[in-house]
Design a protein around this ligand. Structure first.
Ligand SMILES: NC(=O)c1ccc[n+]([C@@H]2O[C@H](COP(=O)([O-])OP(=O)(O)OC[C@H]3O[C@@H](n4cnc5c(N)ncnc54)[C@H](O)[C@@H]3O)[C@@H](O)[C@H]2O)c1
Length: 255
């Protein structure tokens, strides 16, 4: 990491990350810890999360706090956020990162499945924000970063509820940015392209899709979780202090 920026304004910041146990979220956790931030993360995957905490401690950084919860359970999300704030302090930076990109066919979607996918991909972003906003107002400053997706921008099929949720996240970002701007709370959305997490490599990245990446990205290298996390660092730091109400795309130039 030494060739990349260190942001003095991130030192000691209280940073909460949803879905921090694996994938891009784990990269956020590692990168914010490496900046000297006080990090907490919520995830449903206990083993991956505990491994991550151990790895970070081994690297010599302050251990992040792991909260095990299902983000579809809003009462549990609020309880985790209260426990984190009670232990460390009001949250300065919220990364609404968690999602689940399970594929589904139009004809198989029931009302229950629709509600479940919206709960895992959209609903908790609003309620996590709602829970941290009073503390940010007290601190007269805050940053909320939501994670969208290139999928609906490129009219991707095979997961209509996921893309609906991801489109909604951009609307949520702009609505919150307007309401929270007077409190100096900045709200932005990062749109990751196709990011080479272990899950993507295991499930979806094939020799054919590698060709697709090469054809569609302007830059021909693959995009990795750390590339997305570094955008989140900049958006969380004072370096971006007048940026709000925007989307920032990290996709190698696909959309
Ligand atoms: N990887 C990509 O190519 C890609 C592309 C576009 C957008 N994104 C977005 O970036 C963000 C991170 O994606 P990722 O690829 O790292 O995802 P991932 O599926 O690899 O990881 C998501 C994390 O969230 C956790 N999680 C999932 N459901 C949960 C629940 N109900 N409660 C608590 N935790 C839960 C998982 O355990 C996991 O640690 C997501 O918002 C995703 O939509 C990713």
């Amino acid at each position: 990491m030494s060739q990349f920026a260190i942001y003095p304004s991130l030192r000691d910041k209280v940073v909460l990350i949803t879905g921090g146990g694996s994938g891009i979220g784990a990269s956020h956790v590692e990168q914010f810890c490496a900046q000297g931030a006080k990090v907490g993360f919520i995830d449903i995957n206990r083993s991956a999360s505990e491994e991550l905490v151990a790895r970070i401690a081994e690297a010599g950084y302050t251990k992040p706090m792991f909260f095990e919860a299902d983000l579809r359970d809003i009462a549990a999300v609020k309880e985790c956020i209260s426990r984190f704030a009670a232990a460390i302090g009001d949250v300065d930076v919220l990364l609404n990162n968690a999602a689940h990109d399970e594929r589904h066919r139009i004809e198989d979607v029931t009302v229950e499945y629709w509600d479940d996918r919206i709960a895992v991909n959209l609903r908790h972003l609003f309620f996590a924000a709602q829970a941290v906003i009073p503390g940010m107002i007290r601190k007269k400053k805050g940053v909320i970063i939501n994670f969208g997706s290139l999928s609906w921008h490129i009219a991707m099929g095979g997961m209509p509820v996921y893309v609906t949720a991801k489109a909604g996240i951009e609307g949520l970002t702009r609505g919150l940015a307007r309401d929270l701007g007077p409190h100096d709370i900045r709200v932005n959305c990062i749109i990751p392209g196709w990011i080479m997490t272990q899950r993507q490599l295991d499930l979806w990245v094939t020799p054919e899709s590698e060709k697709e990446i090469e054809q569609n990205q302007c830059l021909k290298s693959k995009v990795y979780p750390d590339d997305v996390a570094r955008m989140a660092l900049w958006l969380a730091a004072d370096d971006s202090r007048m940026c709000t109400n925007q989307t920032f795309v990290v996709d190698g130039g696909w959309i």
